[in-house]
Ligand binder design. Structure first.
Ligand SMILES: C[S@@+](CC[C@H](N)C(=O)[O-])C[C@H]1O[C@@H](n2cnc3c(N)ncnc32)[C@H](O)[C@@H]1O
Length: 226
């Protein structure tokens, strides 16, 4: 193995150490900006005055900033484990950042909307049901959880196709080595499940109205209403 090759087991990966994170994620997820536009459009049905809106794994805070436009009487709160994003997240009167691990955060309350964009997949599978129950309990009646996740297909044949179509997409912005190194970075921390398993967990948490609102390859967004 030569010096340029990353070995399995090197766990140095951190989202906060990626330069130009917003550009990086845009190049890493097909039609990421369309997906974000869809979440912003759908949010109008849920965000109320005098309530809280949380974004879990908010990174630079760009989604919250968009949700906040024209809304001075709603409180927007970002939750982010990685402290490196603090410099990018400009806090304002009704826009704040909580640097904390989602697993240790127990204060979702009076929420009209909770979002999470490609973050739950990094929560250990054993903790995911409890997290969804915390989210459900923190929402007001009629409030929504809108989240995006990478999923795995039920069929191995289709999973293989979608994975390689995804690599075709990534090759537009990244070298083969960068693509493979990222796979090694993520294999110990990213645990996607099937759409069906996400729906089962959401229903068990109490959500009744659940729908996929956007999908491209193995990336999708779901709305779940309390
Ligand atoms: C793939 S990134 C997506 C970031 C952001 N939602 C976006 O679309 O730009 C996943 C984010 O979740 C954060 N994260 C991962 N595990 C977390 C946890 N347990 N608690 C809070 N944030 C977490 C990471 O630091 C990272 O910012």
């Amino acid at each position: 193995m030569n010096d340029n090759t990353k070995e399995s087991g090197e766990h140095s990966f951190s989202f906060g150490s990626i330069d130009n994170f917003d550009e990086h994620i845009d190049q890493s997820i097909p039609h990421y900006s369309t997906m974000n536009n869809n979440i912003v459009a759908l949010s109008d049905y849920f965000i109320d005055e005098e309530t809280n809106v949380y974004d879990i794994g908010c990174s630079t805070g760009k989604l919250l900033k968009r949700l906040k436009v024209g809304r001075n009487k709603t409180n927007f709160i970002g939750l982010e484990i990685n402290e490196n994003f603090t410099k990018d997240f400009i806090q304002e009167k009704n826009l704040s950042l909580i640097n904390k691990d989602l697993l240790e955060f127990d204060d979702f309350h009076n929420a009209s909307l909770i979002t999470s964009v490609f973050t739950l997949q990094f929560v250990p599978q054993k903790d995911r049901q409890a997290i969804l129950e915390k989210i459900y309990n923190g929402l007001n009646k009629g409030g929504a959880f809108i989240f995006s996740e990478k999923v795995i297909a039920k069929s191995a044949k289709i999973e293989n196709m979608l994975t390689f179509l995804y690599y075709d997409f990534k090759k537009k912005s990244f070298s083969e080595k960068e693509i493979l190194d990222k796979e090694i970075d993520l294999r110990s921390i990213m645990k996607p499940v099937t759409i069906e398993d996400n729906f089962i967990m959401l229903k068990k948490a109490g959500f009744k109205d659940i729908e996929i609102i956007w999908r491209n390859f193995n990336f999708l967004s779901i709305v779940a209403i309390k």
